[in-house]
Ligand binder design. Structure first.
Ligand SMILES: NC(=O)c1ccc[n+]([C@@H]2O[C@H](COP(=O)([O-])OP(=O)(O)OC[C@H]3O[C@@H](n4cnc5c(N)ncnc54)[C@H](OP(=O)(O)O)[C@@H]3O)[C@@H](O)[C@H]2O)c1
Length: 256
């Protein structure tokens, strides 16, 4: 895929899936603005990126609407425009039954996982419209189905991203395409804690337990999600909008 001359903002680009997307866009010739929650994490990422010359940093806490605006406007300013917005930043939220979940936890989870997706899009839309650009949102298979394992806020936030994608794809067509990737389990810091807990300290054993009933019997590498993000952002997907892509090793294909 060729993204030469394209300007891309990846939120949550400092590690995990976002970092893999940043690296893939850079390899494909794009100029990339990397967001993360702190100046320190963004500076560390830029220093580590081999192609750091084509990457710029836009730190900001996307749990705050003011920072959503500052990050998007900062990216447009530093890149000289915007063709692709990848709304990837997210948190796992509390793992607890409804009885124990607080209003503060609701706000902290929904603000970054859902509200930030809306406001980053809102502030990016004028430039994306001018560029005939597109948006790729990163939700989760837990936005397509529940699990009953104490992740209700995460599930609600990601379901919100799924239907926000559909509605804004209709509203913004034909100028801006809007699509969504729903990963299954991916080997990132977000999942590693769960994996270690399951495996009683042994991550590989935890992943084996987690995936033993799943068709592909393994977790994904972050680059496998990045590949789907790049496809949706590319001209190969020129007639694709409002679509929800499960990249989950077949989990959503299976009942029971
Ligand atoms: N891993 C999985 O199994 C999985 C499965 C389905 C969906 N997902 C989704 O994929 C996306 C990426 O997840 P991941 O697994 O790559 O997570 P991760 O390794 O924990 O990375 C999270 C990224 O989000 C950024 N971030 C978190 N809070 C932020 C905030 N308030 N403002 C700005 N940036 C913030 C982090 O940046 P800093 O560290 O710099 O703050 C980091 O770059 C998330 O939306 C997640 O829900 C993950």
């Amino acid at each position: 895929m060729n993204f030469s001359g394209k300007k891309v903002l990846v939120t949550g680009g400092t590690r995990g899936i976002g970092r893999a997307a940043v690296e893939a866009f850079l390899r494909a010739g794009a100029r990339v603005a990397v967001n993360g929650g702190s100046e320190k994490s963004v500076a560390k990422t830029l220093a580590e990126l081999a192609a750091g010359g084509s990457a710029v940093g836009v730190a900001g806490d996307l749990g705050l609407v003011a920072d959503c605006r500052r990050v998007v406007e900062g990216a447009i300013d530093k890149l000289g425009g915007l063709d692709v917005l990848v709304n990837n930043a997210g948190v796992g939220g509390p793992s607890a039954p409804i009885d124990d979940i607080t209003e503060d936890e609701w706000n902290a989870t929904l603000n970054i996982n859902l509200r930030a997706v809306f406001f980053c899009m809102k502030y990016a839309v004028p430039r994306l419209r001018a560029a005939k650009g597109n948006v790729v949102n990163v939700a989760s298979i837990l936005g397509l189905a529940g699990r009953g394992s104490g992740l209700s806020l995460y599930c609600a936030s990601k379901a919100g991203v799924v239907n926000l994608t559909r509605d804004l794809a209709c509203e913004l067509a034909p100028d801006i395409r809007v699509n969504c990737v729903c990963p299954g389990a991916v080997d990132t810091e977000m999942l590693q804690e769960t994996g270690r807990d399951l495996g009683k300290g042994d991550l590989a054993a935890g992943y084996a337990l987690l995936t033993k009933n799943r068709p592909m019997k393994r977790v994904a590498h972050p680059s496998e999600i990045a590949n789907a993000i790049l496809y949706l952002a590319s001209d190969y997907a020129s007639f694709v909008t409002g679509s929800i892509h499960a990249v989950d090793g077949g989990v959503m294909a299976k009942v029971g």
